[in-house]
Design a protein around this ligand. Structure first.
Ligand code: NDP
Ligand code: MG
Length: 384
């Protein structure tokens, strides 16, 4: 039995993680739930899973939750509550499904307390990949990917040795604006952005998928997860989202993982690895899937992909700064404060202005993240 803490339980990945747990009650036990402020959903999750404790980081929301009958489940709040969730002795595996840089501290805390990590929260690896992977090695814990592309690569990597890998190929759906030129993206709306063709996800990652910043973050994520240089990681657009990613070996063999676009499979595999559970969330029908197509990404229309990879290659604090600026811009766009093309343009300005620190310690990362957010807000205020 795996005893699990779900950080970000009320989000898209969190809810699907609970589906996976409900489908495998003899293998997965939910001991802790944590989220930001969604009282109503947290209450329902507590009733269903009866964890030892639940956390709402927002103190007002936690207080409201405490006013309800939560049975045997204790309610904690604030950053302290979140870190208690990440380090709880009754848990062996922490599923990281918070959104953004906010996931870094709890993930590091969980690793430093010897927890195995199932990681959806890619921003953590982007911001502090070297520190996270060092901590994983030092504490001898496992870190399994939840992101569908990385789960596909993780599965495909089992067909050869590290030395035999020639190239990792990440697939991307291309998002709702695939095929559009730069000029056509000037006035796209929030609703158009959130209308992803294949996946239903949280708002931040959905905007990132439309700008291809998400794929840029995923290239950096792959670099750290699989210890592969950037030169060996490629991106190909595959609009059907059936092939979730591929690994090319030195003998020319290409191994891929295919499946329906349903996150419950990669979530489940992150728990079941190195085995598989006898529990399927739907079977791919190749005839129904029909034609699978591939194209090169348009780096002019979607400059965030190229910039993220450049930041990854440059290393130091630049990936952290790219991520921080991107988060701030995406939320400003979702708040209706800026236009769509302001996202990549402002991220590029913030990255350009940053003086990167090589071999950063956690303090350098925290400082770079905070400074990048301040700088982004300044630039965005100038646009108004
Ligand atoms: P959502 O926005 O749907 O959910 C985010 C979750 O994190 C919610 O439970 C939210 O709580 C919680 N949260 C947000 N901020 C904080 C905070 N400061 N402290 C504690 N909890 C917080 O996001 P997704 O589920 O879509 O994405 C989660 C992560 O997984 C992201 O890093 C994303 O890139 C990655 N991912 C997502 C995929 C998907 O299909 N959705 C696919 C691959 C990766 P509340 O509801 O209370 O606000
Ligand atoms: Mg992905």
């Amino acid at each position: 039995m795996k005893n699990i803490a779900v950080l970000g339980s009320t989000g898209s990945i969190g809810k699907q993680t609970l589906d996976v747990a409900a489908a495998n009650p003899d293998k997965l036990s939910i001991k802790v739930l944590a989220a930001h402020s969604n009282v109503e959903l947290m209450l329902r999750q507590i009733k269903e899973f009866q964890p030892d404790f639940a956390v709402l980081v927002d103190k007002k929301a936690a207080l409201e939750l405490q006013g309800h009958d939560t049975g045997r489940t204790e309610i904690l709040s604030g950053e302290e509550g979140l870190l208690a969730a990440a380090s709880y002795e009754g848990v062996d595996t922490v599923l990281g499904a918070m959104v953004g840089y906010a996931g870094l501290r709890p993930t590091m805390t969980a690793i430093n307390h010897g927890k195995d990590i199932a990681l959806a929260n890619k921003e953590t690896l982007v911001a502090a990949g070297s520190l996270v992977m060092e901590a994983v090695a030092r504490n001898k814990v496992s870190l399994t990917p939840v992101d569908s592309e990385h789960s596909a690569v993780f599965q495909s990597l089992r067909c050869g040795t590290h030395e035999e890998v020639k190239r990792i190929i990440l697939t991307a759906s291309g998002g709702p604006f695939r095929g559009k030129k730069k000029e056509e993206l000037a006035d796209v709306t929030i609703d158009q952005c959130l209308n992803h063709p294949n996946w239903s996800m949280g708002k931040k990652i959905t905007v990132d998928s439309s700008t291809l910043a998400n794929k840029g973050l995923e290239v950096i994520e792959a670099h750290w997860l699989f210890d592969v240089p950037y030169e060996k990681i490629d991106v190909v657009i595959h609009p059907q989202s059936i092939i979730h990613s591929l690994v090319e070996y030195v003998d020319g063999a290409v191994i891929a993982q295919l499946g329906l676009p349903d996150m419950r499979l990669p979530i489940q595999y992150a728990f079941s690895f190195p085995g598989r559970y006898d529990c399927s969330f739907g079977q791919l029908d190749l005839v129904k899937a029909g034609t699978l197509t591939f194209e090169a990404p348009d780096l002019e229309a979607f400059p965030s992909l190229k910039l993220a990879i450049e930041c990854g290659k440059a290393g130091g604090t630049l990936p952290c700064v790219f991520n921080a600026a991107n988060e701030e811009c995406v939320y400003a766009f979702l708040d209706g404060k800026i236009k769509y093309p302001d996202i990549p343009a402002t991220v590029a300005r913030v990255v350009e202005a940053h003086h990167s620190v090589d071999r950063p310690e956690i303090e350098d990362i925290e400082e770079a993240d905070a400074a990048a957010r301040r700088q982004t807000k300044e630039f965005l205020a100038g646009l108004a």
